[in-house]
Write a protein that binds this ligand. Structure first.
Ligand SMILES: [Zn+2]
Length: 195
């Protein structure tokens, strides 16, 4: 009996156990929130710069898509915007032009540890180049149901048949990124005013 009593006294009371679990969960929740919050602020400020690039494409009457590449040191390595018409080049997408610039600067055809920001989900061509370049992560704004290869039509970043996985963060400043595209295509469809 004494043995049993000693055991009961050694065991922490149930309310202390529950408190510990509660506090533990609370601390984890705070940590997750802080991480998510600080990361989303970072993503958004960089996505705004990609949007600035997209607006440069719009001024050239190109489909308004902008991209930038962030190096391991968090500095902007390269930035560009869609220029297929300007350059008479079907490969001159914002992502491809940014990859070319970043590779030239890095003196390397691969860009491990980098993050590519782009206002719209990459197409299969760009996603293929991103995998070839071993980019670590892509962050994009709006999904592209017609061409998207990072979850919409294809999911190349997570395709286990390829020898490189790419982390994907989507929906960062999704609304302004999509709005740019919608306004552009709407203006294309709108007939010129009658004289
Ligand atoms: Zn593309």
């Amino acid at each position: 009996m004494t043995f049993g009593k000693v055991n009961v006294h050694q065991r922490p009371p149930i309310n202390i156990i529950l408190h510990s679990i509660m506090w533990g969960k609370l601390l984890i929740a705070v940590r997750v929130y802080r991480k998510k919050h600080s990361m989303s602020i970072d993503y958004e400020s960089l996505m705004l710069k990609a949007i600035d690039e997209a607006k440069k494409a719009r001024r050239l009457k190109e489909v308004p898509i902008g991209a930038l590449i962030i190096g391991r040191d968090e500095a902007i390595l390269a930035r560009s915007h869609n220029q297929v018409i300007t350059r008479d080049d079907p490969t001159a997408h914002a992502e491809i032009l940014s990859l070319r610039k970043a590779c030239r600067i890095a003196g390397n055809y691969r860009l491990p540890g980098t993050t590519l920001y782009v206002t719209v989900e990459p197409c299969p061509m760009c996603m293929g180049a991103i995998v070839h370049a071993r980019v670590a992560r892509i962050v994009f704004g709006a999904y592209d149901p017609k061409w998207g290869a990072a979850g919409s039509l294809y999911n190349l970043p997570a395709d286990s048949r390829l020898n490189h996985r790419v982390d994907v963060v989507s929906g960062i400043l999704e609304e302004p990124c999509r709005q740019l595209m919608q306004d552009f295509f709407r203006s294309k469809r709108t007939p010129p005013p009658a004289r």
